[in-house]
Ligand binder design. Structure first.
Ligand SMILES: [Zn+2]
Ligand SMILES: [Zn+2]
Length: 744
């Protein structure tokens, strides 16, 4: 029996090959009708004996699609024979275009296929892979609304685009060496290279020790071989910071331990940087002095071709930007900002519309939510308002909530300087345009001085919107779960309700009602931010005793410096109070002589973790007190125990240092878990949520998790968002949505 109807599919249905997929299924099942892209929905008119079967297959969608709903309605109109893809129209913008997708195996095959049309072509892609978010200007997602519009397809590409039997049927990014974007190799002054094969020349330049800026999918990388790392670090002024590498797939197992899950991530459509454990913790020390190393596999045709010509098995591939600043995307800007840091530039002439840094993952958790993952779309019911979350200050991004979905932008950076603030503003504008969103509410960090807070106030006053301030660590918990729970937020720093610097907080309740019930005991942060940069100051803040001054004196502190420090802590002048877990770890790292000055985000705590990885933990006694109804864990007691042990061991006993580092982390984690378990007991909670940047520390996270599960409670962590501050804009939206929903 012939059946007919209109099928509307909503979700991520653009840029994923949905129309050619529908076309192929229709042809296979003898269905007549049409398919049309309407922004974030696909409209299908269909008629045929296999209508039901067709509906089932369409509802599954192609590999990369995300389907929210499929609606079927009856129609009266006639449907002529045959199946056709119609030009795009406009409809409601509730979906989102997908993130950029790593080159697929079929396309890799094409670029190495001798005599094939795509042989050696760097920007080869198909409906299953290639650039998406980074090139889209407007939706519906069609070539004319992307930066591929400048490259009209040649007759061969046009034929494949129109051929239903081809993998590039309706592939908007289809291009070949005769019609698509091209590569140019220049020296630092912009003079073009003579040769005909820029990738081959690039490989030779890298192999012989040159440093190159390479324009990729979402911005520039700076690349060099391992032998050149010291020179690169000298030029960039980043001596200590670990750098990410791109590795030839057959070599990765030689330098790092790769679990099956990690291998799956490395080769997934995301192709993120995965932080792996080194096989030998001391190897590749110039790239990373830690026991871990951030690795990714080639994820574009350009990378594939480069590695096929390169003699070395790995390249340093670090984002071309100052730490915390936006990645450079523009060629002129790269030329003017990087010409002293790099020797040559390999660029392409396809405009990068939306900047997108590499995503970073560790142990299955997202550290940086960016290329391949963002824009990140999550179905969640947060009421009828349209909410913008502008994020915190560090590792910021933005999230928009509308009509049952949140969309989170790629990583923006540290919103501490005008260029990064501008990037945040631009990101919000772009997402707003792509979604057609009109905000009612702006959620922001409680900190009154953050640039992101000022930005929130500006939009609110310009557009007459409601402002919802959200305490940093409550945003962390709201990003983890909306269920009743005990929430543990272990973090660097966040502005607290009482104006002090929070960072190890236990909450009880359900977003937005999250009451602070326990925390670390507060310590002095002498000199404020200086205590973050020089963790020995923090050490004295936590343990203000003569023996610490003597230790620092032995390490070269002058009497004048020590006098100032002592006076600061004694008088409380220019001293903030903090409960930060990060600062306590910093102090331990300083005590053990692992890091005396922080030169990149998280350095002291990361060095402590690396030392601890080679140590053996023992049980220490924990001290708890209570103040104003909140239970507090004594960080000072942990530091004091470590101090005693290190003095017994004596200088230079590296195994003792590793053991004390391991014990410090283990007992701190036990203490934090106990605060949460005591609270769960008192409040009758069955689940404990865990978030915050310190939870990336494997030993601390797993100790807390073990303590929780041994007490037969559930441990909730959100693997879809960063544990660090990259989840805060999402958490702000959840918090504000729940708050307003209750009020309405
Ligand atoms: Zn492909
Ligand atoms: Zn072509």
């Amino acid at each position: 029996m012939q059946e007919k109807g209109k099928i509307t599919v909503r979700g991520i249905v653009q840029g994923v090959g949905f129309r050619p997929f529908v076309y192929a299924r229709a042809c296979a099942l003898g269905i007549s009708g049409t398919v049309k892209n309407l922004g974030s929905e696909v409209e299908i008119f269909a008629r045929g004996d296999n209508f039901e079967k067709f509906l089932v297959e369409v509802s599954r969608g192609p590999l990369l699609s995300r389907i929210d709903s499929v609606e079927v309605s009856g129609i009266l109109q006639e449907i002529p024979d045959g199946f056709f893809i119609l030009p795009s129209g406009t409809g409601s913008l509730t979906g989102m275009i997908p993130p950029d997708i790593a080159i697929c195996d079929d396309c890799v095959g094409d670029i190495f296929n001798k005599g094939g049309r795509y042989r050696d072509y760097w920007a080869t892609s198909c409906v299953n892979c290639g650039s998406r978010y980074s090139i889209v200007q407007e939706i519906p997602y069609d070539r004319e609304r992307t930066s591929m519009a400048e490259f009209p397809p040649c007759p061969d590409c046009a034929r494949e685009y129109g051929d239903p039997g081809c993998r590039r049927h309706h592939a908007q990014t289809i291009a070949c060496s005769s019609c698509g974007p091209h590569l140019t190799l220049t020296d630092a002054r912009g003079n073009k290279a003579e040769g005909l094969d820029p990738i081959k020349e690039t490989a030779e330049l890298l192999d012989t020790g040159n440093i190159l800026a390479i324009r990729g999918v979402g911005g520039f990388h700076i690349a060099c071989i391992e032998d050149t790392v010291d020179e690169l670090k000298r030029r960039l002024g980043r001596i200590e910071q670990p750098l990410a590498i791109m590795v030839r797939p057959d070599y990765i197992g030689e330098l790092a331990c790769v679990s099956p899950e990690e291998r799956q991530l490395l080769t997934s459509p995301v192709h993120p940087i995965v932080v792996l454990k080194k096989r030998d913790p001391t190897a590749h020390g110039t790239i990373s002095s830690l026991h871990t190393i951030g690795c990714m596999l080639p994820y574009t045709g350009l990378h594939q071709l480069l590695f096929s010509r390169l003699k070395h098995p790995l390249l340093i591939m670090t984002s071309a930007n100052m730490p915390g600043y936006p990645m450079i995307t523009d060629i002129d800007q790269a030329m003017s900002k990087l010409n002293r840091d790099v020797d040559f530039f390999l660029t392409h002439d396809r405009k990068i519309v939306n900047r997108c840094d590499d995503s970073v993952m560790r142990d299955g958790y997202i550290i940086r939510l960016s290329r391949g993952i963002a824009p990140k779309r999550t179905a969640i019911a947060l009421g009828n308002h349209c909410i913008l979350g502008v994020g915190p200050e560090l590792n910021a991004n933005a999230t928009i909530y509308r009509h049952g979905f949140t969309i989170t932008s790629p990583h923006v950076g540290n919103v501490r300087n005008p260029p990064t603030l501008e990037y945040l503003q631009e990101t919000v504008r772009n997402l707003q345009r792509l979604l057609g969103a009109k905000f009612d509410v702006v959620a922001h960090d409680l900190h009154p001085q953050f640039l992101s807070t000022r930005f929130a106030r500006e939009i609110a006053s310009d557009q007459g919107l409601e402002l919802v301030p959200v305490q940093h660590h409550r945003a962390h918990i709201a990003a983890t779960t909306s269920e009743p729970c005990i929430g543990i937020a272990i973090d660097g720093v966040g502005y607290g309700d009482d104006g002090t610097v929070w960072g190890c907080e236990i909450f009880s309740g359900q977003a937005p009602d999250l009451e602070r019930v326990a925390h670390l005991d507060p310590s002095a942060m002498p000199g404020g931010d200086l205590a973050t940069q020089f963790p020995e100051r923090m050490l004295y803040g936590i343990l203000p005793e003569q023996k610490v001054l003597s230790l620092l004196s032995g390490r070269g502190w002058s009497d004048v410096e020590l006098g100032v420090l002592e006076k600061q802590v004694g008088s409380g002048f220019n001293v903030a109070q903090t409960t930060s877990t990060g600062r306590l770890l910093d102090a331990a790292s300083a005590l053990l002589g692992l890091c005396r000055e922080r030169t990149y985000d998280g350095e002291p705590a990361m060095k402590l973790e690396s030392a601890a990885a080679g140590g053996c933990a023992e049980l220490w006694e924990l001290k708890f007190t209570t103040r104003q109804g909140c239970e507090m864990l004594s960080g000072r007691s942990l530091i004091e125990t470590a101090f005693g042990l290190i003095q017994m061991a004596g200088d230079g006993d590296s195994q003792a240092i590793r053991d004390i580092a391991a014990s410090f982390q283990y007992n701190l984690a036990r203490g934090i878990a106990h605060l949460a378990l005591h609270a769960a007991d008192r409040e009758g909670m069955k689940q404990i949520a865990l978030s915050g940047g310190v939870a990336y520390n494997c030993a601390i996270r797993e100790t807390i998790r073990t303590e929780i599960t041994e007490h037969h409670l559930g441990c909730i962590m959100n693997k879809d968002y960063p544990l660090g501050d990259g989840c805060v804009s999402f958490g702000q939206c959840v918090y504000a949505g729940k708050l307003l929903d209750r009020r309405d």
